[in-house]
Design a protein around this ligand. Structure first.
Ligand code: ZN
Length: 284
């Protein structure tokens, strides 16, 4: 099952895709939020479709929003692919690096990416994101997957000067508006039997710069979910972004960063694709 949201007449609607057919379920659900996950939303969705009360949507020209409501937190894992740690001039740490990304950065998968005011080092990071399905506090690794609702494609845009040259925590370089394109789908975990063996890729202006596999991930999903739950309560709908493989702009020689007009495309097998056009920030 794939959950998505789309914009029609200025309003955001909930949709679901089952067996390649899309259904508008906005008459039944306002949003895919904490309440949805907490109150067995997936089962209700399945029931609706099986009862046949919904009509199939024409899937042409949908304007996709992020597939979930703005979460209580976006937690990211840093340096979680060995070759990416090397290209960043760092090593894989003995315990996961974790950092937050502002939830206001979240946007739709085809929205423009806005190069922040004063930015010269806006960079890309294709990532597999995990969406939490139920409240998790002090859980063990062997039960961690019970707390996972599914997966989504995420581009963890990063301003390297803000992140690495402006003192303090990485959050400064991770949180500008449009720095977290998400979706198009939240794909339920039953559709991705092995999330640790899928291809993820990203191209800039048609040139492939990241082309890797999640089998290169150092700290795997059950470990990461259990690990985070020792430090914070994960709420239904929360996002964990599991890190990026090598091939970011920072790691190129010479480094390469986005400029207005650049086109970024990315995908993960089974989770769909995204496309962003880079634009300069302008005062609204
Ligand atoms: Zn990242």
């Amino acid at each position: 099952m794939k959950l998505f949201k789309f914009i029609q007449n200025g309003k955001t609607h909930c949709g679901v895709e089952i067996n390649h057919l899309k259904y508008d379920v906005s008459a039944h659900f306002n949003d895919y939020d904490e309440m949805f996950f907490e109150s067995n939303g997936f089962e209700k969705l399945k029931e609706l479709v099986h009862k046949g009360h919904l009509t199939v949507m024409s899937a042409d020209d949908l304007t996709y929003a992020a597939p979930i409501a703005r979460p209580s937190k976006i937690v990211c894992i840093g340096l979680n692919y060995a070759k990416h740690a090397t290209e960043s001039g760092m090593v894989v740490p003995p315990e996961p690096v974790i950092f937050f990304k502002s939830t206001t950065a979240m946007c739709g998968p085809y929205d423009d990416v806005i190069i922040p005011r004063g930015s010269e080092k806006t960079d890309w990071e294709v990532e597999l994101a995990v969406v939490i399905g139920k409240k998790a506090s002090y859980i063990d690794e062997d039960e961690a997957m019970d707390y996972v609702a599914g997966y989504a494609l995420h581009n963890d845009y990063s301003e390297r000067a803000f992140q690495l040259e402006r003192s303090g925590q990485w959050v400064k370089g991770k949180s500008n508006d449009t720095f977290a394109p998400f979706g198009p789908y939240l794909v339920t975990k039953d559709e991705i039997p092995d999330p640790h063996n899928i291809r993820l890729w990203l191209s800039v202006n048609g040139e492939m710069v990241q082309d890797s596999n999640t089998d290169d991930m150092v700290y795997k999903i059950p470990f990461v979910v259990a690990y985070l739950s020792q430090f914070m309560t994960l709420l239904p709908g929360d996002v964990i972004s599991t890190g990026t493989p090598f091939g970011v702009g920072l790691g190129l020689n010479p480094p390469r960063y986005l400029k207005a007009g650049d086109i970024v495309e990315l995908g993960i097998d089974g989770l769909g694709t995204q496309r962003q056009v880079a634009k300069n920030w302008v005062k609204q």
